[in-house]
Design a binder for this molecule. Sequence first.
Ligand SMILES: [Ca+2]
Ligand SMILES: [Ca+2]
Length: 127
Amino acid sequence: MRRQTIRRAGVVTLAMTGLLGIGLPVQADANRLASTCDATFFCLYEHDDYAGAKETFLFTSNGCVNVGALNNKASSMRNTTAGRIQFYNSANCAGSYGYAAAPRSSDSDLTNNGFDNLTSSVKRVNP
Ligand SMILES: [Ca+2]
Ligand SMILES: [Ca+2]
């Protein structure tokens, strides 16, 4: 767990260094938005380390949402919500969930949780 945290910190540092190298403020803003998950959102990413396409979910209450473009493609996630997010292999949160993200947590690689490229729906529940 500690090792993962350190690795994540390294990724953030690299991303910030990359932004410093960009001269145009507008472009830097766009990159920063693309690489983060704004507060109260839940975000799935196509690749490890929050790379590739991103799908953003806004949960206004607890409930289930089917994954769209990233169905069976999500490889990392950020949960900035106060809720726990459960990951399902099937649509409509059918069956039992295969992975759960704690409130305000992130995971740069879902492979070690056995849930890489499987997520088809997500459900927010009380932590
Ligand atoms: Ca993937
Ligand atoms: Ca699936």
